[in-house]
Design a binder for this molecule. Structure first.
Ligand code: K1U
Ligand code: ZN
Length: 185
């Protein structure tokens, strides 16, 4: 297992559309292990393979609270097959856009089909944080970032700060150092 580097905005690879996982072979299993190590170390509650530079349709997630046992989940080739008309607003963060949190409106519930870690087809109907996180991660494998769902004014401000930070080799700074209000644990 190895902790990998997480791509940070404005890395162009974050805009790639990831490819289907064709076989659950040894390299894919090793990639899943690395994704969990990277996600837990960050720390994060989800990670898409492209965030560590691998354009495969693969997501890891763990929504367990701090005092609960780990609940690692793997979603291979996930696809939203139904979304509710009803919307919900949630404050999102992204390991590829560190320290920036903003409210995002998305469908309140989704049904997702995917393959599990054994390669078995599964379907899940999700609401709450699971629905938000699944939509955020499925966006990643389609080259979409949560800032694409906010106003152009805010998105341009974020992009400008991250471009400037990358140029100077330092982290982007935001006036209000907002923490996610939904912090688990
Ligand atoms: O995809 C990512 O960048 C991971 C992201 C997932 C996510 C968070 C919130 C809403 C939607 C999707 C994160 O994990 S950001 C970090 C975070 O939210 C968190 C980290 C530690 C404890 C609790 C939350
Ligand atoms: Zn993200």
């Amino acid at each position: 297992m190895a902790k990998r580097e997480i791509l940070i905005l404005p890395d162009k690879r974050l805009r790639l559309k990831s490819e289907l996982v064709k076989a659950l072979d040894k390299p894919i299993k090793a990639l899943i292990d690395d994704m969990f190590e990277t996600m837990y170390a960050a720390p994060g509650i989800g990670l898409a393979a492209i965030q560590i530079g691998v354009p495969k349709r693969l997501i890891t997630m763990d929504l367990a609270k701090k005092d609960e046992p780990k609940q690692p989940q793997v979603f291979i080739n996930p696809e939203v097959i139904w979304s509710s008309d009803e919307k919900a607003v949630y404050e999102e963060g992204c390991l590829s856009i560190p320290e920036y949190y903003e409210e995002v409106e998305r469908p309140k519930a989704v049904r997702v089909k995917y393959l599990d870690q054994e390669g078995k087809p599964q379907e899940i109907e999700a609401s709450g944080l699971l629905a938000t996180c699944l939509q955020h991660e499925i966006d990643h494998i389609n080259g979409i970032l949560f800032i694409d769902h906010i106003s152009k004014l805010k998105r341009d401000m974020v992009l400008k700060k991250f471009k400037k930070a990358a140029k100077h080799g330092e982290p982007a700074k935001f006036a209000e150092d907002k923490e996610p209000s939904h912090h688990i644990g």
